[in-house]
Design a protein around this ligand. Structure first.
Ligand code: ADP
Ligand code: ASP
Ligand code: MG
Length: 414
């Protein structure tokens, strides 16, 4: 069972989470619960860091950020003890979560869950601080924003749990962020491939790595509300479902920045050097566009998108190459991205046409486009993201009873 920040935000909610954990235990289950930091605690800690330093040291940042989830776990253990059950709280390190050394976005390498197993054998409810681990260099690390989901999935795999329940502040995974689209539909099931694309394109309800980890280790994820008992969304593999909706969801992100390199020499190897420099700086590049030169000076242009938080890192990483080759770096930090995801689009023409036409009709300019077999993403001005999401959600009729089936024509695009 994993409880997110909103679900443990105050004493009342924390006690409610404790109550739900105890109920599960009393129903005869052995329970490992992963908790997030309370409310906006992680944001507050990040703000604290920037108050004392413009570029906080990543190792110290992790020491700081990891405290948020420890607080939640200790408090919850106290509440569970008061309900007459035995609970023990553990840090990520005590729980045996071993990561690589990339501070603030570490990857889990191994879970040595013997201490958890021993505690379960002694009839404890085990509470584990989410979002953190210990690196191979024995330093505290954190797993990137939303990382408690990945803690939960990794522990579920390690203890061979029946299910990894992600309790959150919405009733499951929806056809769009319900905060933006109130009529969005709760999806009873979603395919792993779709969930991966959704998480990668901004549906923050599950951290991308948690979905990857679950698929690789065969963990069953059930994402559901921490406020009621209704079933939420189960992430399933293709063999487990017959329903193959054409379009499953619209996702968005407003945390994108575009970096444009101008004056790129038209010689082989430049794209490799640029992307290697970014990779070495641990910056994830999303969309990339490179234009062949049309001008006489044989200089090209290359644009790509990266997380906005990484703009300064990217600039620093690219500066030496830009100086050497006479390129200039421009950044645009007010970009957003809207995507549609659906396994059914693989075999159905006209989806891209409908996306682009819908955005055009709403006078939303498309700055960049990228696709996968089951996703179409458009970079648009950040301020237009909500309009774009709503327009696409309604154009594809995603709030309807059931989603459009492939055999159903698409009006003029069929
Ligand atoms: P937690 O603190 O429980 O981890 P998060 O804030 O990380 O919660 O994730 C839940 C939030 O994800 C929801 O409040 C919702 O606004 C957002 N969200 C974005 N896209 C979706 C989606 N497609 N379905 C459900 N929630 C979504
Ligand atoms: N507390 C961390 C965050 O806010 C991790 C999480 O909640 O999953 O990103
Ligand atoms: Mg989350």
């Amino acid at each position: 069972m994993k409880f997110g920040g909103t679900s443990v935000a105050d004493a009342e909610r924390l006690k409610r989470a404790a109550g739900r954990i105890v109920e599960k235990r009393e129903a005869g289950n052995r329970v490992v619960a992963v908790l997030s930091a309370r409310g906006h605690e992680t944001d507050r800690l990040i703000a604290d860091a920037y108050e004392v330093s413009p570029r906080p040291d990543p190792r110290e940042m992790d020491m700081l950020l990891s405290t948020g989830e420890r607080v939640s776990c200790a408090l919850c253990a106290m509440a569970i003890n008061d309900l007459g059950h035995r609970a023990i709280s553990l840090t990520g390190s005590q729980a045996g979560i071993v990561t690589d050394t990339s501070h603030t976005k570490a990857r889990i390498l191994d879970v040595r869950a013997d201490r958890i197993r021993a505690a379960l054998d002694e009839d404890n409810i085990v509470l584990v601080a989410g979002f953190q681990g210990v690196s191979t260099a024995k330093d505290v690390t954190t797993l990137g924003r939303g990382g408690s989901d990945t803690t939960a999935v990794a522990l579920a795999a390690a203890v061979q749990a029946d299910v990894c329940e992600i309790y959150t502040d919405v009733a499951g995974v929806f056809s769009a962020d319900p905060r933006l689209v109130p009529e969005a539909r709760k999806l009873p099931v979603v395919l792993f491939d779709e969930m991966l694309e959704m998480a990668a394109s901004g549906a923050g309800v599950l951290q991308l790595r948690s979905v990857e980890y679950a698929r690789n280790h065969g963990v069953r994820i059930h994402c559901r509300s921490s406020f009621d008992d209704a079933p939420g969304t189960v992430v399933v593999s293709e063999e487990e479902t017959v329903e193959q909706p054409l379009i499953t969801a619209v996702t968005h992100s407003t945390g994108e920045a575009r970096v444009t390199l101008t004056g790129v020499p038209d010689t082989p190897g430049i794209a490799g050097r640029v992307t290697t420099a970014l990779a070495d700086a641990n910056v994830n590049v999303d969309m990339i566009i490179q234009n062949e030169p049309v001008t006489a000076d044989a200089r090209a242009e290359m644009s790509f998108t990266i997380p906005r938080d990484d703009v300064h890192t990217a600039q620093a990483a690219l500066a030496p190459i830009a100086d050497e080759l006479g390129m200039s770096i421009e950044t645009d930090e007010a970009m957003g991205k809207v995507s549609i995801v659906g396994a059914g689009m693989k075999s159905h023409p006209g989806v891209a046409a409908k996306v682009f036409t819908t955005l055009g009709e709403n006078e939303i300019n498309i700055e960049m486009i990228s696709t996968s077999p089951i996703r179409i993403s458009c970079v648009v001005p950040g301020a237009r993201v909500p309009d774009a999401v709503r327009a696409l959600h309604s154009a594809f009729d995603l709030s309807g009873e059931g989603t459009i089936k492939p055999e159903q024509p698409f009006g003029e695009f069929a």
